[in-house]
Design a binder for this molecule. Structure first.
Ligand code: 8OZ
Length: 363
């Protein structure tokens, strides 16, 4: 048992966070033309700056990496300029913010791809997943398998996106290695039946995720690089026949790269925590820097897991949508506002920037 509290400062590498609560990445589908985050995004993130660490919504590193309508990118100058307004708003309030770098792989639709081409994947296996395109939920498209010679370009896109994130003023980046998107597709054998150096063994399936991480570290430094993983989540139709061996290996290698955090979705993303047998403590023990725990945490669970030293930081997702001042509410034991599911994805300020802080809602 330890006597730490969630509401004390925490050193994430060289950054001092004001508390141990992180805002998890939340897809909101409100980017403007050119997939540029707008002024409302700056207001939204600024309202939530009392989180110890904000992690941005998943942000595509290329057009090929996009899988849903109106998600923001980080590959054009206009996108960098849009994101700079966000980081400026957060920093003005003393917050810290990482950008989540995203390539969806096969979780996409031809209508989002250049010239209507097929989404890319480790193998030509269609995901049992839906995406939101043309204002409706539809099945993802049939993907094509990436050629060996294309993988270096994807690593390079992640590396350039990391440089762009720093140019936009972010404190660091989180590589999206979770939830059935490209890097998780490579890691999990339900989606990866390759016979080259990127498929088959635990080491081969980890290769792309680790090459991307090494490239990002080379570009912006290990102290500004984190990653999100979801070892047993069936999100977007992936599964692994050996998740413990796979993710023990991945975390050992991430530890060797010296990155500042791993952000672990414990269980089924947004669902049950006990979906499959898995020892998350093994990842905690293997990784020497910061462990961010996520999935279904509330104040009680986070407090007890911190006391048991099972994690350093706790990422809350959906509660941050309706509670911009979530940290203050948790600390005060104040009631939490409930999110309106109808306004999570897409639209404007309604359900985005109009949830009041508690002081404002009382007056
Ligand atoms: C919800 C809707 C669309 C995308 C994830 C980026 O699960 C997402 C996502 C979540 O990581």
């Amino acid at each position: 048992m330890t006597n730490k509290t969630l509401f004390e400062p925490y050193n994430l590498g060289s950054l001092t966070l004001s508390n141990r609560i992180a805002m998890a990445p939340l897809t909101r589908n409100r980017a403007g033309a050119g997939f540029v985050p707008g002024d409302l995004a700056a207001e939204y993130y600024g309202q939530r700056a009392s989180a110890g660490l904000l992690i941005s919504e998943a942000t595509q590193i290329s057009q090929q990496g996009q899988g849903y309508q109106d998600t923001p990118g980080i590959y054009s100058q206009a996108q960098i300029d849009g994101w700079r307004k966000v980081t400026t708003a957060v920093h003005a309030k003393g917050g810290r913010i990482f950008l989540q770098l995203w390539h969806v792989g096969r979780v996409s639709h031809i209508d989002l791809q250049e010239n209507g081409s097929a989404p890319v994947a480790p193998s030509a296996i269609r995901a049992a997943a839906k995406t939101f395109v043309n204002n409706g939920f539809i099945d993802v498209s049939e993907p094509r398998a990436l050629e060996l010679g294309e993988l270096a370009g994807i690593v390079n896109d992640f590396q350039q996106a990391a440089a762009n994130a720093i140019a936009a003023g972010f404190d660091g980046v989180e590589i999206h290695g979770a939830n059935g998107y490209l890097l998780d597709q490579f890691a999990k054998d339900s989606a990866n039946v390759r016979t080259d150096a990127y498929g088959g063994s635990v080491e081969n399936r980890a290769r792309l995720m680790l090459e991307v991480t090494a490239a990002v570290v080379a570009e912006i430094g290990a102290g500004r690089t984190g990653i999100r993983i979801s070892p047993v989540s069936p999100a977007n139709g992936v599964s692994s026949s050996d998740p413990q061996a796979q993710f023990d290996h991945i975390v050992d290698q991430l530890n060797a790269l010296g990155i500042v955090y791993i952000h672990v979705v414990e269980g089924a993303t947004g669902g049950p925590r006990d979906v499959a047998p898995f020892d998350f403590g093994s990842l905690r023990r293997r990784f020497k820097n910061t462990y961010i725990a996520n999935n279904g945490y509330d104040l009680k669970l986070a407090t007890s897991r911190l006391a048991e030293d099972k994690a350093d930081l706790f990422a809350f997702g959906r509660p941050f949508i309706a509670n911009p001042d979530l940290v203050e509410r948790l600390e005060a034991g104040a009631p939490l506002a409930q999110v309106n599911p109808a306004t999570i994805y897409g639209g404007g300020e309604v359900g985005y920037t109009d949830y009041p802080a508690i002081a404002a809602s009382r007056s």
